[in-house]
Ligand binder design. Structure first.
Ligand code: 5GP
Length: 214
């Protein structure tokens, strides 16, 4: 009797006051994860992107507060000490980190939050917050990935080979992810809808609805 009341109360509360899903998306450079994430962000008003902080220099097309928050190394290291980051990693000598407070607030408000981060960061998030849902965006083939990387233009043959070798190492870790989406050629909408389906299924999980595991 008691248990029934608890369950129904929790159901009522959770339907009106649900906690958002933390979706972690990774994949090799050139797999198209940025485009797939952007598609979902544009087509689902409850989905928000976490904006990371980085010490890398802004590139052409970067916009402060949109692609990243750009901070200097000293500030980043002070913020590490202050426990400001949910996770952070060093990639090619630059720090990248996910600020903690904003994500927690958004999840509590019932918003779904996407982190587009590399694999070390994704593993840390899953360890600290097992309810996070991890998705690996896979290129349809290594040949297609090479074509996409080459098509970006200015990279030297050595740089392309380096990226391909990193991509192979990353693909080898794809089995650690909860879901894999193969981002086929000219199929952005299909990939975006697949990512949306993952989110939808997560919201329908019994454990999530009954608040047993959130
Ligand atoms: P880029 O410098 O090309 O923008 O990003 C390099 C890599 O850093 C990408 O794989 C990107 O997903 C990853 N990244 C971006 N922000 C974060 C973050 O906050 N944490 C971690 N661990 N990786 C990040």
């Amino acid at each position: 009797m008691n248990r029934c009341r608890t369950l129904s109360e929790s159901l009522k509360e959770e339907y009106t006051d649900r906690i958002g899903v933390l979706l972690v998306v990774s994949g090799p450079a050139g797999a198209g994860k940025g485009s797939v994430v952007k598609w979902l962000n544009e087509h689902d008003e409850n989905v928000f992107l976490s904006i990371s902080e980085t010490t890398r220099a802004p590139r052409k097309g970067d916009e402060e507060g949109v692609t990243y928050y750009f901070v200097d190394r000293k500030t980043f290291e002070e913020r590490i000490e202050e426990d400001h980051y949910f996770e952070f990693a060093q990639i090619y000598g630059n720090y990248y980190g996910t600020p903690k407070n904003r994500i927690i607030d958004m999840l509590k408000e019932g918003k779904d939050v996407i982190l587009e981060i590399e694999m070390q960061g994704a593993a840390k998030v899953k360890e600290m917050y097992p309810q996070a849902v991890t998705v690996f965006i896979m290129p349809p083939s290594l040949e297609e990935l090479r074509e996409r990387i080459t098509g970006r233009g200015s990279d030297s043959e050595d740089e392309i080979n380096r990226r391909m070798s990193c991509a192979k190492d990353e693909i080898a870790l794809a089995p650690n992810y909860d879901y894999i989406i193969v981002n086929k050629k000219n199929a952005l909408v299909e990939s975006g809808k697949n990512l949306q389906s993952v989110l939808c299924a997560e919201h329908l999980k019994t454990s999530r609805i009954l608040n047993q595991n959130v």
